[in-house]
Design a protein around this ligand. Structure first.
Ligand code: PLP
Length: 394
């Protein structure tokens, strides 16, 4: 039977990781893989996570199955983190623990197909490179809306609003909550308000993917758009990930929150989503969610986590300015200021695929094909070399 299958080319990012690992050059730079790195190039385990793990090791009583929706305490805690303790929508929000943000996106896709199989889901152009395979692969019909102006290196807000105004009522629109991947360009508060006005006016269903809460402007600041939307729309989907902001990548922690028109519908939605989980992975992994839940409910650990997350956020901001300054010196004829004002880990450098290849082959600098860089790979030590190499290929 399996002879009928043909081999697929390696996943682009995994191929890039392999190439970087096999590169013997000492001054090589990895700006490809999507994980946070500190100034030593490490992706450390947060101290708050280590402490919570020790606590769980000592106090956890059982490894028996949880339910398909995971731990209710984790779900309540995540709901508060995203929507706030006093959301007036809280009675009509239901949250299910999931294996990472990806798991929650997959469950959301299942729910969309059950509720309204012929609906279209609109994703930004460009979007995270797994959105289309994951959501489209699950069977959801996808469309795109304009997002990034590659010439001016900014949000195409007018085109975005114009397209939103033509999307059929009832369709779903996927937005990145903050730290848009791959561009790092987020709508301003005023632009979010304009987006929300059209969403409400046209009866669109907002679907927010928030994989970087706390890495743009702050833990509460980064979910303002979600909180405001939740007050204004009858229905909404929020897929969240704890991979980046808790550094729990491989432990697979995330949540799917669904806002329904009322508490009765919310219960129906919960039962349907739980059954979708049962038919895919049955129950979510527990360990990482237990860590997150313990951190968020212990005031000292929560404060320590917020401080560690703040350090990550500040480092991302400072390496962005460092790169822009270095490029001003080495390539003064080019404007890279968009990198300085963007959020989170990613930005488009704004160079051609040929220049991306030259950076790799001639200088050992690795990034995704379209010139997406993970700024977390930049350090005080490599920024000079990086800026000189970029200037050389321009
Ligand atoms: C926009 C976006 N959504 C979802 C995810 C998925 O994260 P997870 O690793 O938790 O599945 C990512 C990860 O890179 C992402 O960038």
């Amino acid at each position: 039977m399996f002879e009928s299958l043909t081999a697929l080319p390696p996943d682009a990012i995994l191929k890039l990781i392999g190439e970087h690992q096999n590169d013997a050059r000492e001054n090589k730079v990895d700006l490809g893989v999507g994980v946070y790195r500190d100034e030593h190039g490490q992706t450390p385990i947060l101290a708050a996570v280590k402490k919570a793990e020790r606590y769980i090791l000592d106090h956890q009583q059982t490894k028996a199955y949880t339910g398909s929706a995971g731990d209710p305490v984790f779900n309540e805690t995540m709901q508060d983190l995203i929507f706030g303790d006093h959301s007036s929508a809280s009675g009509r929000i239901t949250t299910l623990q999931s294996p990472g943000g990806s798991g929650s996106l997959r469950v959301a896709a299942g729910l969309i197909l059950r509720a309204k199989a012929d609906v279209s889901l609109w994703v930004s152009d460009p979007t995270w490179n797994n959105h289309v395979p994951l959501l489209g692969g699950a069977g959801v019909q996808l469309e795109t809306y304009p997002y990034y102006d590659a010439d001016k290196k900014c949000l195409r807000i007018d085109a975005l609003l114009e397209t939103l105004s033509t999307i059929p009522s009832g369709d779903i629109v996927l937005f990145h909550g903050c730290c848009h991947n791959p561009t790092g360009i987020d709508p301003s508060s005023e632009q979010w308000r304009q987006i929300a006005d059209i969403v409400v006016e046209r009866g669109l269903l907002p679907f927010i993917d928030i994989a970087y809460q706390g890495l743009a402007n702050g833990i509460d600041e980064d979910v303002q758009a979600i909180r405001q939307l939740a007050e204004r729309v009858p229905e909404m989907l929020v897929s969240s990930s704890c991979s980046k902001n808790f550094g729990l990548y491989r432990d697979r922690v995330g949540a799917l929150s669904i806002v329904s028109s009322d508490a009765d519908v919310s219960q129906i939605v919960y039962s349907q989503a739980s059954q979708i989980v049962r038919t895919i992975y049955s129950v979510p992994p527990d360990h990482g969610a237990a860590v997150v839940s313990h951190i968020l409910r212990d005031p000292d650990l929560r404060a320590q986590w917020a401080a560690e997350l703040g350090e990550m956020r500040e480092r991302l901001k400072s390496v962005r300015s460092m790169l822009v300054e270095a490029l001003q010196e080495t390539a003064p004829a080019h404007d890279f200021s968009h990198i300085g004002s963007a959020n989170g880990m990613f930005s488009y450098l704004g160079i051609s695929p040929q220049q991306v290849t030259r950076l790799k082959t001639d200088f050992g600098i690795y990034m995704e094909g379209f010139g997406r860089i993970n700024v977390a790979g930049i350090t005080a030590k490599n920024v000079g070399y990086l800026a000189e190499s970029i200037a050389r290929v321009l």
